[in-house]
Design a protein around this ligand. Structure first.
Ligand SMILES: [Zn+2]
Length: 582
């Protein structure tokens, strides 16, 4: 067995996907969850247990466990293989044919970040780190917290880390690509981060992929300096602290979103584990989807001065558009989350957390504060200001429910204003990703199921496929061709084997055939396969009869009576055979 097959047979796709997506068992052989590849509120992402593949009925993302890891982590085939073999303790062949340049380079970038991390941490503990330690003490961070978050300090000199990387023999091109060093006109390198408090930034698997550096003296600009985009760091996809928080996010089924590193650290240290930070920029769809895989419930806890600011509002809109359930948490006293936890204590923060208002009530409160809802004009203004956000809700039923609740909340009676609001809410233009479905016949689907699941049925029936011409006309014809080709070539007929011979569209068709609701209602065995096969054969006669009738007519019209007669006789024979069978 080749290593890829060996790995795939040893690793369960359900548990791998389950690390990223909350899956629910929905039948004997399938699990469903919210698709990590597109925005949705009702699960259409499905994992087939026995065939070990995933398929999304919404966006048609599909593949095997390796493809899933590749797409989820944006890595090459080799890296997906490596990552799975490490996670599941299946040793990889030494001089692997799968290693490629790209993977080696990315591997080196991870190593350079590890090296930088060691360096920053030891700087912080040493004499050079005195000012940084003093700052952390002022901010009330304990030694445990500093260690847990891997905080460090980058030296003032400006060559220390670069020299280390050179000594370790990393090629100049890779050092430049790491984002940890800058290049002078003469080609020499210098440290990008100098005299800064360093926050390592991890990917969801806990690997360090970038750093954020906070200036320690007022002269140093900017206040926060972040790693640039690199082959291992895509800003738009990363949330600070997600790798530490994700288990708690799942357990509590909610996530707290704060703005900065210090907020995430302070809130975590106060005992609230499910917290991530957006780090200043407004949230992207990718970031939100990486949260949604763990929970759909988010409590937004931005700085008091930022709430209502452009970035925060854009983030809120994106959250709604991605189908998250959003609540907004407000802290009094103009304190940011970190300060609030330190000054008022964890219990008080907990109370504010529980008191967080649903996003729309929060919005309505703000609008009410700006307009007089005792006048009709005021009510119209409030509803108008709420409309865009309500319309951003993707699910029509929920959109309607929110609109009704808001009308109640604001105290709008059943009048023309409310009707206008309702109508505007319903009229949202839907964008659908539905692909026109090819209708699968129950028999072609059933036979496929037996051929790919049942060794006994396969042996008995596969040889007869050649004799059923109608299989060249059904929607799944190319799948049947692939099965026949494998059979002729003497290969094993497995889901993977067949799937590998198909084009994208037919792979989707196969996935959907095997996941169809029909599949639940029959016992998959040889006898069922035989019934499907006979049904196909019968329909073949119907096809042939229709074809013959058309040919007879054509021959008559062409004046070719001998041919017409010959075809008619064939047609009569066929009809007798059909009658005898029925
Ligand atoms: Zn999808």
């Amino acid at each position: 067995m080749d290593f890829v097959e060996q790995l795939k047979s040893a690793v369960d796709i359900v548990s791998v996907v389950g690390e990223y997506v909350r899956l629910r068992k929905s039948s004997a052989y399938r699990f469903t969850g919210l698709c990590p590849f597109h925005s949705e509120k009702t699960p259409s992402f499905t994992v087939h247990v026995s065939k070990q593949f995933y398929h999304c009925f919404g966006c048609h993302a599909h593949g095997d466990v390796l493809k899933f890891v590749m797409e989820m982590e944006h890595v090459s085939f080799y890296e997906a293989l490596k990552s799975l073999s490490e996670r599941y303790g299946i040793p990889m062949p030494k001089r692997s044919q799968y290693a490629d340049e790209d993977a080696r380079r990315r591997g080196a970038l991870f190593q350079m970040h590890e090296l930088a991390q060691e360096n920053f941490r030891s700087n912080l503990a040493g004499p050079a780190g005195e000012a940084a330690r003093a700052y952390l003490e002022r901010r009330g961070l304990t030694a445990e917290t500093i260690a847990a978050f891997g905080l460090g300090y980058s030296e003032r000199s400006g060559r220390a880390l670069t020299r280390l990387m050179e000594q370790r023999g990393f090629p100049a091109a890779w050092i430049e690509e790491s984002g940890l060093a800058g290049k002078r006109p003469d080609g020499s390198f210098y440290d990008k981060f100098r005299n800064r408090l360093m926050f390592p930034i991890h990917d969801e698997q806990g690997r360090i992929i970038a750093f954020g550096g906070r200036a320690l003296s007022k002269e140093d600009e900017p206040k926060y300096l972040n790693s640039p985009e690199t082959p291992i760091y895509k800003k738009r996809e990363v949330l600070y602290n997600l790798h530490r928080a994700k288990d708690a996010i799942r357990k509590q089924d909610r996530v707290i979103l704060v703005e900065g590193y210090m907020d995430a650290i302070g809130v975590t240290a106060a005992g609230f584990a499910p917290v991530v930070a957006s780090c200043g920029t407004s949230l992207t769809g990718q970031q939100i989807r990486s949260l949604k895989r763990h929970s759909q419930h988010i409590v937004v806890n931005f700085d008091p001065d930022a709430a209502g600011g452009g970035g925060a509002e854009r983030s809120l809109d994106t959250l709604l558009a991605e189908g998250m359930f959003v609540r907004v948490m407000e802290l009094d006293g103009g304190l940011d989350p970190d300060e609030y936890c330190k000054q008022r204590g964890a219990e008080s923060y907990q109370q504010r957390l529980e008191a967080a208002k649903g996003y729309f009530y929060w919005l309505a409160d703000r609008a009410r504060a700006q307009h007089n809802v005792h006048t009709p004009e005021g009510v119209v203004a409030v509803l108008k200001s709420l409309l865009p956000s309500v319309q951003a809700i993707t699910d029509p039923l929920e959109r309607m429910a929110v609109a009704e609740n808001l009308a109640d909340y604001i105290g709008v009676g059943r009048g023309a204003v409310l009707e206008t609001f309702r109508k505007a809410v319903v009229d949202r233009r839907e964008t659908t990703m539905e692909r026109p479905k090819e209708n699968l016949r129950a028999d072609e689907r059933g036979l496929l199921e037996v051929l790919l699941s049942e060794a006994e049925g396969r042996e008995e029936l596969v040889g007869e496929l050649e004799t059923i011409e109608v299989l060249d006309r059904v929607a799944t014809r190319r799948i049947y061709q692939a099965i026949r080709a494998l059979h002729t070539a003497g290969g094993a007929i497995t889901f993977d084997g067949v799937n590998a011979r198909l084009e994208e569209n037919d792979q989707i068709l196969l996935a959907e055939a095997l996941l169809s609701e029909d599949a639940e209602t029959h016992e998959v065995n040889t006898e069922y396969g035989r019934r499907c096969l006979e049904s196909l054969r019968r329909s073949e006669d119907q096809f042939r009869r229709a074809e013959l009738k058309a040919q007879v007519k054509q021959a008559e019209r062409a004046g070719n009576l001998a041919e017409a007669l010959r075809l008619s006789e064939e047609l009569i024979r066929l009809e007798r055979r059909g009658a005898a069978r029925a």
